[in-house]
Design a binder for this molecule. Sequence first.
Ligand SMILES: Nc1nc2c(c(=O)[nH]1)N[C@H]1C(S)=C(S)[C@@H](COP(=O)(O)O)O[C@H]1N2
Ligand SMILES: [Mo]
Length: 486
Amino acid sequence: MIAVGAALAAGHLVAGFVGPPASPFLAVGNWVRDLSPHPVTEWAKQTFGTADKLVLFLGVTLVLLAVVVAGALASRRRAWPGLLVAVGLGIVGFVAVTSRPDLGQLGFLAPIASLLAGVFTFRLLHTRALTTTTSGDRRAFLRLSGGVALGAGLLGGLGAVLSSRVDVEASRREVGRLRVADPAPPVPAGADFPGTASFITANRDFYRIDTALTVPQVSAQDWRLRVHGLVERELDLDFAALSGRRLVERPVTLACVSNEVGGSLVSTAEFIGVPLRELLDEAGVRPDADQLLSTSVDGFTAGSPVDAVLDPARGALLAIGMNGEPLPVEHGFPARLVVPGLYGYVSATKWVTDLELTTFAAKQGYWIPRGWSARGPVKTQSRIDTPHDGSATGGELTVAGVAWAPAVGIDRVEVGVDGRWRDAELATEVSVNTWRMWRVRLDLAPGDHRIAVRATDRTGATQTDRLAPPAPDGATGWHTVTVTVS
Ligand SMILES: Nc1nc2c(c(=O)[nH]1)N[C@H]1C(S)=C(S)[C@@H](COP(=O)(O)O)O[C@H]1N2
Ligand SMILES: [Mo]
């Protein structure tokens, strides 16, 4: 166990110099995440929510411990089983690290340091343990082991400090204020109601979903974007070229396909960026391209329909700003995609570095082989924000919430009380690409009441009451709460 600790520490230390993605422990975590069969992934997301990453690390640690303890028990007399475990784990780490897309040129050094440290430490401690006969020997052995363990802890900690030194916050501050040529009009006062989510979600409250076990740290300086594939001419942009273009600001509601009915994985921000359409027109999209495959620095991919991306009414963005600031690091700094009307998993690539024009027949985004639908238009949905499910209230109350059908628009919201439906008042529409707030005043008799909501979008389609889970293409059903009137 001490040998494996030393191995992990050595790898983490070297990764501190050659780049955080080179850390073997992190890379193995990423690997397990990507190779997990999709029922396992879904179970983990369902059960642990956004704590799934912590659970993943605990799981990897437990498996590691089991392997190490088995190797150690088999090595009581002979060294080779333990050496085999040390070398085997070293190779696993090496393969996991070198298969990462965001590895620096010297990244392979970290797993090699791990392998060497693991084998050397094991050899050293094992030889000493076998030659231990007197109690003095035993004390010396314990001192040596303790020293190695302590040293490993210190070096691993130093590696963590060095890794966190990559300070993209400084890069964000340097980007500073973005000069927007075409700002969004101010949000009208009547866009939200008391008791609903606020129309614009503050950056710190904006939901966050991604596969990143550690947030990718890409400075504006190092960022580049390649546009290639089925295009007339390839483009290669750096951040200065991007931020120097004509920037526009658009309010957009982003939704996650994993959002349950009534859930909170939906938010709205004013995104600042370059219209994707302008960029792709410059590259010249060939007519046979039907998919835009976007890739992030850490290898996540999303495939969006080219029609949606080029649709002027949606105004998809290569975004660099959010609510007046450069993108927060967790939301994709320095650049991400935002395509109104598509779930994030097929459109909203954060830390984006590559745009490939291709076909749905040729390539699949990250979540598609894991059981999610290749096309992910956002389903028309609505949510009750007040009152909360299970609350006690007076007979006179306001029911209020949000409805969304981004890229389409909301035309009607109805509230059903114990099965009888009435129209809700709609808030001012800011854009078809954003959510719309609603409210209704009720006067209810004492007792329990079930309150449901359903929205009708601009195509005339009303939400179905049929309950469907998020997989494979988004949840359906009416959000319903029960209240007790006293
Ligand atoms: N690089 C990267 N981008 C990503 C993802 C990811 O895992 N990695 N997840 C996508 C998903 S599933 C969603 S719903 C949105 C969420 O964006 P947000 O975290 O800014 O709300 O990001 C998308 N972009
Ligand atoms: Mo998502």
